[in-house]
Design a protein around this ligand. Structure first.
Ligand code: TXA
Ligand code: MG
Length: 316
């Protein structure tokens, strides 16, 4: 069992000693280690069972600090950082040597983000190194949006989880960088594409694949519950409905037992739906059912990122 608390000094001491700490952010909880210490970073891959070809995001608390470990920040990415950080955006920047190949899986660019959470910002401010942190879930499983989620899955492997309450955004950060001189979104996330395009104009979208680990973060099957997941539109009601659960956007499904249903936002608010998404998937995954039925949400704002996660949860 890990200790859960709000003690920044304790978290700092553990991180300085090269240990892992569960870290709250506005998107999802992270599993953090000193990004300048490869031995500490290696512990992240081990604790998560994460393949070493999947690189980590580096977190810090200011753009000035970012500049100490990247070669430069392309203008449009600096504009986006200024506009949306701290917040749910991650930018890909050319790394300096102090960021080890372990962090970036050998890539030339490092993913950087300034999370918008008061506890984590205070912690990052007190440290003289940034924090490498993936989402604090076993590789391929649903991301955690509370300290308890982290404890449930990684509690045996870490000593301390900083408790920052429930995550306000609930979806991982949007990842953006340049590809062939075009701004390209590599992962849809907690900052909508519309918000980005309002500031920098049209951006490209990178589709994910199941087979190309050279395009990290884009594995098709991810965020996967252990139960069988199918779309509402593919559902035929010829199976035992008592063994079916439902994750819906705003309304329940009359044919399925009420206790097996989780509605993301009765008032049809996509931000609220995002906040509840991983909690809902976890809730359904622990029920005594065999199949989880999911409904896609409207494809606008955070809806595109929610649908991305739902499709990946359903992918085999
Ligand atoms: O909101 C978030 O981004 C959360 C919180 C904890 O900050 N973190 C998170 O980390 O979602 P993780 O490791 O679960 O997802 C990071 C994604 C991975 O899919 C990884 O492949 C991609 O970012 N990534 C990291 N570094 C990269 C790089 N240098 N180039 C391309 N993709 C990268
Ligand atoms: Mg993750």
């Amino acid at each position: 069992m890990a200790e859960i608390g709000k003690d920044i000094v304790k978290a700092k001491a553990l991180l300085e000693a090269g240990e892992l700490v569960g870290l709250p952010t506005e998107t999802v909880y992270g599993l953090a280690a000193n990004a300048f210490n490869p031995e500490a970073v290696a512990k992240i891959f081990e604790a998560k069972n994460r393949p070493s070809f999947d690189p980590l995001i580096v977190h810090t608390d200011s753009i000035e600090k970012v500049k100490t470990f990247v070669k430069y920040i392309p203008l449009d990415l600096e504009v986006l950082l200024n506009q949306f950080s701290p917040g749910p955006i991650t930018v890909l920047l050319p790394k300096e040597a102090i960021i080890s190949d372990l962090v970036t899986s050998g890539l030339e660019r490092v993913a950087v983000r300034i999370p918008n959470h008061p506890l984590s910002l205070a912690l990052l401010k007190s440290l003289d190194f940034p924090l490498a942190a993936p989402s604090a879930n076993p590789f391929g499983y649903i991301s955690p949006t509370s300290a308890q989620h982290v404890e449930n899955q990684l509690g045996e492997r870490i000593q301390y989880i900083l408790d920052g309450g429930e995550c306000q955004v609930g979806l991982e950060s949007t990842i953006i960088g340049f590809e062939n001189d075009k701004l390209t979104v590599y992962r849809k996330g907690g900052l909508s594409i519309e918000s980005i395009q309002e500031v920098v104009g049209r951006v490209n979208l990178k589709e994910h694949s199941s087979s190309n680990p050279a395009a990290p973060g884009m594995l098709k099957s991810h965020y996967a519950p252990k139960k069988k997941v199918i779309f509402k539109s593919d559902f035929v009601e010829d199976i035992n409905l008592n063994k079916v659960g439902y994750l819906g956007f705003c309304e329940t499904m009359p044919s399925i037992p009420e206790k097996n249903q989780f509605i993301l936002s009765p008032k049809k608010d996509l931000n609220e739906a995002a906040q509840n998404l991983f909690k809902g998937l976890r809730f359904l995954d622990q029920l005594d059912i065999e199949t989880v039925l999911i409904e896609l949400v409207p494809e606008e704002g955070l809806g595109t990122a929610i649908n991305d996660r739902l499709k990946r949860a359903a992918a085999k």
